[in-house]
Structures are given as C-alpha cells and as structure tokens.
Design a binder for this molecule. Sequence first.
Ligand SMILES: [Zn+2]
Length: 393
Amino acid sequence: MNNYSDSHKVMRVHTLMKVLQAIQGGETWSKSDIQEITGLSWGSCSEIISLFEEKKILVYRKLTKQNNNLGRKAKGFQFNEKQYLFIGLEVRQNLIVCSLVNMGKTELYSRRYKLKENLSGTNIFKQISEVYVNFLVDASVKTQSIMGVSVSLNGGVDIYNKKWIYSPRIENIRNIDMNQLIDFLPAEHYFNIEHDINAQALSVIHLHKWTYNNYVFLHFGEGIGMTFYNHGLYSGSRGLAGEIGHVPFNRLPKDRICDCGRKNCFETFLSVKGVLQLIHDFCGIKLKNLNEVDQSIISNSALNDFMKEAVSYILIFIKNILDPEQIIIGGEALEPFLPVIKTKIENKVNQESWLSGNNIIKWYSDKEINCAYGTVMTSCDKMIEQHIINNLI
Ligand SMILES: [Zn+2]
C-alpha cells in the first residue's frame, strides 16, 4: 500500500468517526443538522449518511407523539437500537450488572444478576458467560447484534494485556487472562476490560453530559480510586494508574495496617470500612453500615474536621500536580458527611492550593454511578473505529 492510499484511508476513518461522534447522545438529527455540526460539505455529508443508512448503523425514523413531547425533532436519523450494540458487564463478588448500549451511547436496557455462588478465579468464565446469555434473552437481543463487550473489574487490572492481576474482594484472582472469556461467549466480539474506577468516571461524565477534556475523578467507596483524563484516559505504563488510596497519610493517632500490607494508606480511613473505624475512634460508636450514621456523628467536629483535612490534602496534592480543569468527587464513604464538610473542603482547597482561585470541584451522588454502562463508554469509540476500518473502508 502506498502512502497516498494510507493517508487517504486515515482521513476517511477520521471523517466517518467525526460524523458518528457528532451525533452520539440519544438525539434525532436531520441531514442539515449533521452537516452543520460536522462542518462537512453537503455532498460528502449526504454520502456518509447514505452509507451509514445502507449499513443500518443509522435509521431514519419518525418519532411518536410521546417522544416528540420531549422536544425532539419529528423525524430524522437515529442510531440503530437493534444492531451494532455493546454489552457492558460489571463483575463483582456476588453480582454481575449488565448494560445494553447502542452506538449512540444510549443505554437501552440494564439488569443486575445476583450470583448463586460467589465469583472466584476458578468459576469466573462460566459465571460471566451464563449471565451474559441470560441477559441476551432478557433484553431480547440476538447474539449477532452484539458488536462489542466490555468488562469492568476491580483491583489490579492490566488493560493492555487484558489480565486481571488481583482483586481484593474476589478469591483466587491472580493474573487471569481475560481473553479466555471470548471463547465462552456465543459469538466473536470486540473485547475490552477496564478498571472499575474509569468505568465509574465515564458513567458519571456521560450522565451529566459534561464535556471536560481534562479532569480528575475520585471515588471514595469500598476502596479509593482516581481517574485522570486528559483528552483520553491516562492509564499509566502498566494500566495501574490512579491508586491514590494507597498513598500514606501519617496523621492518624494510631497506625493502621492497610489490606495492601502497608501502613496508614488513605483507604484505611477514608473508605467505607475506614470511615466506620474513624466513627468508632472519634465517637466511640460501633456501626456496621454507613446508613446508620446519625446527626450526632455527622456533627462531631473532631471527626468531620479530620475528614476535611484528609480529603483536602488529597485534593490540594492533585490540584498542584495535575492542574486539572475539574475535580469530580463523591462516593458512599463521604456522602453522609458532605452537608458538613463539602464547603469547608472547597474553601480549604481554594485557599491552600498553589494556583488558588476558581472552585473546580464538582460533587456527584453515589447512585449516579453505573459501571456496566461506563465500561462501554471507555471503549466503544475504539471498537466503532475498528469496525469502520475492518468493514467500511
Ligand atoms: Zn494500602
């Protein structure tokens, strides 16, 4: 192949992707809308739309009155909801959550499957493939309509080699080659695995339709994770970036040993388990669940002051080192305390970070997280591009 045809091919892939990406997001578009937002000529826009229509990637549809009440256009192009679909799977110890998403990044269906037997390194492929097949049936989708599968995993995940290195909460997960899953699924698909923190981040970002090109996303839950996004996810040299939960913070009255074997990591006191221990240390109350937190605990000034200090320390550190456009933060471990500590944290970070000023912190609610959907968001554009290269060029 000569250089001209190579660069022509690259340009063509780029243009087709540009059209698809411009209209993702669940809307209905007329041809002139598409032309306007892509800036393409009428001729090349028409040609590309005809190609996508012929391949059934886009369908021309008249909307029902009911949909029209939502302020959508009466007719136009939409992404197919029957073909070119993605399935996202969030794999947990006793639960697999599934999400069905189309090329337009709209979630069409989702369902949670409680596992009869806990997941482990020995039954993992059987468990996931059984749930996958049940989900196809429940969603009334044919296996050949699925274009790609993306799996969200916790712990240590080598996304480049698709290896699940270890999980703190699931037994016998040691360097599992997740590529083997493809053989257990009923048809061949594009396949991706992703760290759950990135899936969490992209689910929240897409839910809010935020369009930041540069942000840090933090989640304080069973563990503490961080995503750094700069015109794309930053995954580090081995795909393990973002382990801020295992940075030590030596201001605790008494040392705590972390699950990772080291001392005083943030996870030992700002994860769900860690906050329960803090409540015991500061208030003398033993709780099993953060739902039980009451006003007396939330307003304990020594406790909420300590939490404010620790969270602010993380944020100042991040702000000074990464200079993000936004810091997006939340999670069930912090949520009960937010009414008291939120503004204090914002003020402290604004005053004490090096380039102080604008408040760049945004808070999300834990219930907005949808890892099964988010893992598709981390990978579907790559899979669509691959499909274009393999089939449309
Ligand atoms: Zn640790």
